[in-house]
Design a protein around this ligand. Structure first.
Ligand SMILES: [Fe+2]
Length: 402
């Protein structure tokens, strides 16, 4: 996992890695340092006797949001940190990796049992930041008038979208949430009962072609489809299409990690806010699924136990249940507000700030995207963003009441 972060940074120059294009995004260099700080702060400092801190100033620079750990640098000014430079951050990573490997050798079984959950959390935390590296550098490069590519253009594998179908689920009293077998973030549990009215869910995500119909029907100009906050935002920001879409003449183009290319009407629409997803669903005579509906449909349709690991959770056309692209194409907005499950308790100590304190003002997304590490996603995984955010690889799947 640690090596993978450096591989993701490898195509980027030192200048690329220092830039911050908006307050929500962070420089690649900051991600590489912050994920290292996580291991230093939560594993090595408290649990490795004699550990020598690499640089005491780094705690201030690379603490993201942990109040219990102390004050920190302003998030919106991470791009102003030219020093420590690129090489110093690499040295920091090597220092912490070496110390952690030494500590793992030195811990006895009892000590290791205590730190193992923290090391595992640190690795999953780093995988979350690997996705953020790609989200954030895509945004930064998109703001360059030359529209540079993160990676060389790859042959874009065109495939026709499958016909849209709705699949019915009877609902009733069901169970959702992680059952504690294998890793999960604290916000995925406890597993609990939920009651669902009968519902239908779409066989695949909404495509760019379908979204173009919404635009052509003046979807961005008609308030009847929009939540009030969304309508205000559309007018304030003059949104006319998803983020990274650009109309050149009469042809839509889209900015990707491989640079600009023609929009593919058959691929899932991506980089829409919750407001746009909700407005599209209203226009289409449907709605977004709740997160419980999404998770229940995923488990039922795939015939997978809820503890299924991602390795056999890659539904494709023809799989049982007829639901495809549930995992790993685009994050799918749900209509569920991000809140605590019944019985949820944040973990003890500073890592209790990981998820719990963000449970207001955000909406849940499910399923993972093409930039999400493949072994990092589960049917119970709850991503969350504010409703106006659209730099995540976020799309949608429709649902309907029966
Ligand atoms: Fe983090």
């Amino acid at each position: 996992v640690r090596e993978r972060s450096l591989e993701l940074a490898a195509p980027l120059s030192a200048e690329d890695q220092a830039i911050q294009s908006m307050p929500d995004a962070s420089p690649t260099k900051w991600h590489l340092a912050h994920t290292t700080w996580f291991f230093e702060t939560f594993v090595l400092a408290p649990h490795a006797p004699g550990y020598a801190t690499f640089d005491p100033a780094f705690g201030f620079l690379f603490n993201s949001y942990y109040e219990a750990v102390g004050p920190r640098h302003a998030r919106s000014e991470r791009g102003l940190i030219t020093r420590p430079d690129h090489d110093a951050v690499r040295s920091y990573r090597r220092h912490v990796d070496a110390a952690l490997l030494d500590a793992i050798d030195a811990w006895d079984g009892e000590s290791f049992a205590l730190v193992e959950p923290l090391v595992e959390l640190g690795l999953h935390h780093e995988q979350q930041h690997q996705e953020l590296i790609l989200m954030d550098i895509k945004h930064a490069l998109s703001r360059n008038p030359l529209q540079p590519a993160y990676q060389p253009p790859r042959l874009h594998a065109r495939a026709d979208a499958t016909p849209l179908a709705f699949h019915r689920f009877d609902g009733g009293l069901i169970e959702v949430g992680h059952d504690g077998v294998g890793f999960a973030f604290d916000n995925e549990g406890p597993r609990h009962r939920a009651f669902l009215e009968p519902f239908e869910i779409a066989s695949r995500p909404v495509t760019c072609g379908e979204y173009l119909e919404f635009i052509a029907d003046r979807g961005y100009e008609r308030p009847e489809f929009w939540l009030a906050d969304g309508w205000a935002l559309v007018n304030r920001e003059r949104w006319t299409a998803p983020l990274y879409w650009e109309l050149r003449g009469h042809a839509w183009r889209v900015f990707t990690l491989s640079g600009s290319r023609a929009l593919d009407p058959d691929e899932p629409v991506c980089h829409v806010s919750y407001y746009e997803a909700d407005a599209f669903a209203t226009w289409a005579g449907a709605r977004l699924p709740t997160e419980a509906e999404w998770e229940h449909a995923a488990n039922e349709a795939m015939g997978c136990p809820h503890t299924a690991d991602a390795g056999h959770f890659h539904p494709r056309a023809g799989d049982g249940g007829g639901l495809i692209q549930m995992i790993g194409d685009v994050w799918e907005w749900t209509r569920s507000a991000y809140a605590a499950y019944p019985g949820f308790r944040p973990a003890a100590g500073a890592v209790g700030e990981y998820n719990g304190k963000f449970m207001s003002g955000q909406m849940v997304l499910r399923g993972g995207a093409c930039v999400t590490p493949g072994d990092h996603i589960r049917p119970t995984y709850r991503n969350f963003f504010p409703p106006q955010a659209r730099w995540a690889f976020s799309g949608m799947r429709l649902a309907r009441d029966v």
